[in-house]
Write a protein that binds this ligand. Structure first.
Ligand SMILES: CC(C)(COP(=O)(O)OP(=O)(O)OC[C@H]1O[C@@H](n2cnc3c(N)ncnc32)[C@H](O)[C@@H]1OP(=O)(O)O)[C@@H](O)C(=O)NCCC(=O)NCCS
Length: 144
C-alpha cells in the first residue's frame, strides 16, 4: 500500500469514488456537505492498493483543518487511515502550521486519540451525525 500527496483535479474521479461510497452510501452524508466546494483549496492524500486503485483518502485545508478521512470498508483496520493521517500531519508541519484540528465523528474519536488528538469542547451535529472538535499541537521536527 502506497500513500501519496496528489493534485485534486488529477485524482478527482478516484477520490470521488471513495468519498461517495464511504460518506454518501454508507453514512448518508448529503452531497452538498460531502462535496462542499473546498477541495480545490485543500491538499489531498490517497492510499492505493497493490493494483494502484485508490482505497483511502483525506484532505488538509489551509486553516489546518483535516477532513474527509475515509477508507473503503473492506480495507479498514489495516493501518490505511493511520498512514493517511500521518501524511496529512507531515504536510501540516511542512506548511509550518502550529496546530491541526478536525471534526471527528464520535465513533472515530478513539482513532484520533491514538494519533495524539485531544477533544476540545462539547458534541455537535453535522450531517445528522454527532461530532466532537479535536485538535493536535504540532512540534517542529517531530518524528512521524
Ligand atoms: C476512521 C477510519 C478512517 C480509520 O481508518 P482505518 O484504516 O480503519 O484505521 P487504522 O487501521 O489505520 O487504525 C489506526 C489505529 O486506530 C485504531 N482505530 C481505528 N478505528 C478506530 C475507532 N473507530 N475507534 C478506536 N480506535 C480505532 C486501530 O485499532 C489502530 O490502532 P493500532 O495502531 O493500535 O493498531 C475508517 O474507519 C473510516 O474510513 N471510517 C468511515 C469514515 C469515517 O467515519 N471517517 C472519519 C470521519 S471523522
Amino acid at each position: 500500500m502506497k500513500v501519496s500527496v496528489v493534485n485534486f483535479a488529477e485524482e478527482e474521479v478516484e477520490i470521488r469514488s471513495v468519498r461517495d461510497r464511504v460518506f454518501g452510501e454508507e453514512q448518508g452524508v448529503p452531497n452538498s456537505i460531502n462535496w462542499d466546494g473546498h477541495d480545490g483549496r485543500c491538499q489531498h492524500v490517497v492510499v492505493r492498493d497493490g493494483d494502484g486503485k485508490v482505497i483511502g483518502t483525506g484532505r488538509l485545508a489551509p486553516c489546518g483543518k483535516i477532513g474527509r478521512l475515509s477508507v473503503l470498508k473492506k480495507f479498514r483496520g489495516r493501518g490505511v487511515g493511520g498512514k493517511l493521517l500521518a501524511r496529512l500531519l507531515a504536510i501540516a508541519r511542512a506548511s509550518h502550521l502550529p496546530e491541526v484540528f478536525l471534526h471527528a465523528q464520535t465513533k472515530a474519536v478513539g482513532f484520533y486519540e491514538g494519533e495524539g488528538f485531544e477533544v476540545v469542547g462539547s458534541p455537535f451535529f453535522e450531517a445528522g451525525i454527532k461530532h466532537l472538535r479535536m485538535s493536535k499541537r504540532l512540534k517542529k521536527n517531530e518524528d512521524e
